[in-house]
Structures are given as C-alpha cells and as structure tokens.
Design a binder for this molecule. Structure first.
Ligand code: PGA
Ligand code: ZN
Length: 389
C-alpha cells in the first residue's frame, strides 16, 4: 500500500503536435510521472479520450481531492478510478486521465519499493521469469498515419533471427537505410509517417510489400532472419473489399515470410477474422487490435469465435494498468501471444517497454527505429535487457 500525498496534471504536446496529458503522483515514499499517448486509428470499443482542456482541470480538482490522503495498492487505486469515473467506457474522466494516474502511481509505488517499473509490473502480473519481447518495427507507413494512398497502415520488419535487442534494433535500422536508398532511386519520396517509417507514394498494397521485401534483401538479410508483419487497420479503410482482401492475404502468406496480420477485417467482423484464422492461422498469426481493444470481454468473444491467436495490448485502450494485466492474462489463458503496443501519437514516456517486459508480452510494436519518441522505447528495452542479464 502507498499513501498518495499529491497529484497534479498538465497538458503537453504529443509527437503529432496534439495536446495530451502528463500526470505526476507523489506518495509518502516515492514520486512518479506518466505521459499518455493517443491513437489515430482508434477503435470504437476503446475507452474514451477526454480532451486535456477538460481532463486536466478534472484531475487537478476532483480526482486529486478524492485520492490525496488515501492509501492504495495498484488494484484498489484502479478500482477506485473506475468507480469515480462511473461510466462503462471511461467517458467522464477519460481513459487517458485514468491511465495517467494509474501509471504515475505505479512509478511512485515502484520507487517506494525500490523496484524498476518492469519489476513492479512483473510482481502485479505474477510473472517470475522476465524476458525481452520480440520487437516489430514499422518502417513503411500508410493509412491514417501517412495519407499517401497506401491502405495498409503498418508494414513491419521483425528481426527474429538475432539474439540481443541491440542486434535487432541494428538489423531494423539497416532495413531503414536500404529502404531509403530504394525509395530515393525510384523517386518515391522519403518523408515519414506518424510512426517514423517512410510514407512513399506507392501504387498499392503489393508495391508496399515488394518494397519492404527488397529492403530486407538489399540489407543482406534472409527470410529466416527477418519476417514481415502487417497492420491493415481495416476499420480505417473506407471501402474495404473483404473478398479481395481475403484472397490477397492467402496470396501474400505464400509469397512472403509473413509472421502476422493485424486487424485484417473491421473491428466487429469476428466471422471474417475466424475464416482467415481457419485458413492460415497455423502459419500466420492473426492479430486483434481494434477487434479486442485490450478488453477481457472482447478477448473472450474472440476466443468463442476462434477469430485470432494474438492480441495487441495498449494500456490506453482500456484505461488502467490493472485492466491491462487482466487482458494479457486472458490472452495467455487462450494460449495466444500478447503484443504490447505504443500509439501513433507518442510522447517520450517509455512505460510501454516496461509493460511489455513486466506483463510477459511476447512482442512489442514501437514504430520505426527512428524518431526519438520511438527509439526511446527500444533504448529502454536495451537498458532492461542489461538489467536482466
Ligand atoms: P493508432 O495505431 O495508435 O493510431 O491507433 C496503432 C495501431 O493501430 O496499432
Ligand atoms: Zn493496429
């Protein structure tokens, strides 16, 4: 238990220049701050974001008054926040506000116990053997993160054939360098999207995959060393031809070293997810993000439908760390993989790296190995790796 002695919030800008919130919590024996990221391709079932102009005064007023002077552990704090909000989608205080308090408190409580955040989270989740997750690097951006005519939101390289985090980061950076060279040669443009990956003007999905595969080959890597993952973010595609996409997924699963496809269909289309999973799920991971929104009930629904075998874990989709722990546990109960994820609008806060390690996530997505708000997460993982050694 830790007694909260002060709580304050302020507005900061995220990597897109949009306002977001930073929360500071002091307990008798520690302090913690947390900055909250935000999405662009936001699922309709996610916890609601309350604009900082409203959330900050609520945090500094009502929430501080309700929490200061009281003693909590993580579970009782998060339960208190859920009750104080009083809605099913955190639309009154905001999932962004509750998450800011939840993470800032976790940092303060960890400091009080002389623990790193990942160790504190490991204790919460009951994970005894901590490991570094496999990173997935989004080096080619489309969809709502780029507006470059490419439907697919994220084309990722996944360096599986390497041991250390540093080697994986270096391999991804080599792919970035070779992709830049290819794009320059083809005059396709080397500006970047929201997650730091290139956002070239490409003719379509096939060309994007060809560019990605070429960047891997020209960097000198084999299909065993680097796999490919996609986030289609299908809910964000205006005119999704489901049948054509289904056939395309089957085709690319044959043609490329495909590790996973995230949100191949819209956020309530459990049936098409299930059809795809039945067709290629043995070979390619089918990942829920907008489908499951880090929510145990949505994960249970996906399990009943046999729709997926991996789940994106974004703490701000649900709004507290305790609910995030439960979502990862539900994922693992189904025998699926958990993929911790940043958001497209990020800050310099690296808590998602500690969440990935502490909750035992098998993978992490934190964007390209470029732009400081992305590399900060990979740097934190390298730091955690050295502490685990
Ligand atoms: P978002 O994108 O942060 O814009 O929602 C990330 C994702 O869809 O995985
Ligand atoms: Zn996604």
């Amino acid at each position: 238990m830790a007694k909260i002695t002060s709580l304050s919030a302020k507005e900061i800008l995220d990597s897109r220049g949009n306002p977001t919130i930073e929360v500071a919590v002091t307990t008798t024996g520690g302090t913690g701050t947390a900055a909250v990221p935000s999405g662009a391709s936001v699922g309709v079932h996610e916890a609601k974001v309350v604009a900082p102009a409203i959330a900050v005064p609520q945090l500094n007023g009502e929430v501080a008054a309700a929490l200061v002077g009281k003693e909590f552990d993580q579970a009782s704090l998060d339960a208190f926040l859920i009750q104080l909000d009083g809605t099913s989608d955190k639309s009154r205080l905001g999932g962004n506000a509750t998450l800011g308090v939840s993470v800032a408190f976790a940092r303060a409580a960890a400091a009080e116990q002389k623990l790193e955040l990942y160790q504190y989270l490991g204790n919460l989740a009951g994970i005894t053997k901590l490991a570094i997750p496999q990173p997935m690097f989004n080096i080619l951006n489309g969809g709502k993160h780029a507006h470059n005519g490419l439907d697919i939101q994220e084309c990722m390289v996944v360096p599986v054939g390497f041991t250390s985090m540093q080697e994986k980061v270096d391999a991804a950076a080599a792919c970035v360098a070779s992709l830049k060279k290819i794009l320059d040669e083809k005059s396709l443009g080397t500006s970047v999207g929201d997650e730091g990956g290139f956002a070239p003007t490409v003719g379509g999905n096939d060309e994007a995959l060809e560019l990605l595969a070429a960047s891997i080959a020209q960097a000198g890597f084999s299909n065993e060393q680097i796999k490919i993952s996609l986030d289609v973010a299908a809910s964000s595609i205006e005119h999704l031809d489901k049948e054509a996409m289904f056939d395309w997924y089957l085709a690319i699963a044959q043609k490329y070293p495909l590790l996973s496809i995230e949100d191949p269909f819209a956020e309530d289309d459990f049936d098409n997810f299930a059809n795809l999973y039945a067709s290629i799920g043995e070979q390619v991971r089918i990942v829920g993000d907008d489908l499951t929104v880090t929510n145990v009930e949505r994960i249970a629904l996906a399990a009943r439908k046999s729709a997926i075998n991996a789940v994106i874990i974004k703490p701000n989709q649900v709004g507290t760390l305790t609910e995030t722990v439960a979502a990862v546990a539900a994922t693992h109960t189904n025998g699926w993989a958990a993929i911790a994820s940043h958001r497209s609008g990020e800050t310099m806060d690296t808590f998602i790296a500690d969440v990935a390690v502490g909750l035992g996530c098998e993978f992490i997505k934190a964007g390209a190995p470029t732009r400081p708000e992305r590399t900060a997460k990979y740097t934190r993982l390298i730091e955690i790796e050295s502490m685990l050694a």
